[in-house]
Design a protein around this ligand. Structure first.
Ligand code: DGL
Length: 276
């Protein structure tokens, strides 16, 4: 029997192809401070961004099915790639589903003054045209310039995120050159791995360009949904976060600490995702 004064204490399920979704979990401190979390990072199959839409949808279904087995009250695809090419997998779920494209597109359409909006993401995300389509629907005057940045995910997963890292800085310069040339005033970081590189990206783009963190926008959307439906966790118990991965737990803990901004200790378990 649920105590109504406590709201819905079940955890929120968050998944990503790897560690990038942790940039969204980091935002929970601000927007969803009372929520318990179950995070699944598909580290054994990352990256998703270079795979076919069919494979990405199959992986997303397994990730969602694992989270459902953890009795979650909501599932968030903290992955721009899944949100772009496989968000239909969330439609039939028995719990609410939030993806990252719509909240970020809404924020960019609202914040951009000139309507010149840049989008960067994985190859699958950019070739799906998901952000451009939504931006154009929200703001027909928008001029959207996109570029895929396939090397960003492995650089982040390897922890090469230092602001002065010469390899990452040079890679970013090359990827951002066409966006810079297009004189955008807003740039959507269309992959949840990218906020970790926002220091480097911001420096290259200049301070007049607003960077949109997709994980942050989705966390806000999730908070608004749970609040509206009376599903926020109002219990005073300390919140619990459980982390699961589909490959070695050691390397996860190290980079996760950087992405989350705190140590996650030994609360990481390995899951055989092929069973889901
Ligand atoms: N964080 C995922 C995304 O937002 C990484 C993509 C990948 O696995 O290629 O797209």
């Amino acid at each position: 029997m649920r105590d109504l004064r406590e709201g819905d204490v079940r955890p929120i399920g968050v998944f990503d192809s790897g560690l990038g979704g942790l940039t969204m979990v980091r935002e929970f401190v601000k927007y969803l401070p009372g929520e318990n979390i179950v995070y699944f990072g598909d580290t054994g199959r990352v990256p998703y961004g270079s795979r076919s839409p069919e494979t990405i949808a199959q992986y997303a279904r397994q990730d969602e099915s694992f989270l459902l087995s953890q009795d979650v009250k909501m599932i968030i695809a903290a992955c721009g790639t899944v949100s772009s090419v496989a968000s239909h997998t969330g439609a039939g779920l028995p719990v609410p589903f939030i993806e990252v494209v719509s909240p970020a597109a809404r924020a960019a359409a609202k914040l951009s003054k000139t309507g010149r909006i840049g989008v960067i993401g994985t190859s699958a995300t950019i070739s799906s045209g998901s952000y451009a389509r939504q931006l154009q629907a929200l703001r027909p005057d928008a001029c959207v310039v996109s570029n895929d940045c396939p090397l960003f995910v492995p650089l982040v997963e390897a922890g090469w995120i230092d602001k002065d890292d010469p390899v990452t800085v040079e890679t970013a310069r090359r990827y951002l050159a066409p966006i810079l040339e297009a004189k955008v005033d807003t740039l959507i970081l269309g992959c949840t791995h990218y906020p970790v590189l926002s220091g480097i990206i911001g420096e290259i783009m200049g301070e007049d360009v607003t960077l949109i963190n997709t994980g942050e926008m989705a966390a806000r959307a999730a908070a608004a949904y749970l609040e509206f439906h009376g599903m926020l966790n109002r219990s005073e118990d300390e919140r619990r976060c459980r982390y699961y991965v589909s490959d070695r737990t050691e390397s996860f803990s190290k980079v996760a600490a950087i992405l989350l901004g705190r140590q996650i200790g030994d609360r990481v378990e390995r899951v055989d995702i092929s069973k889901y």
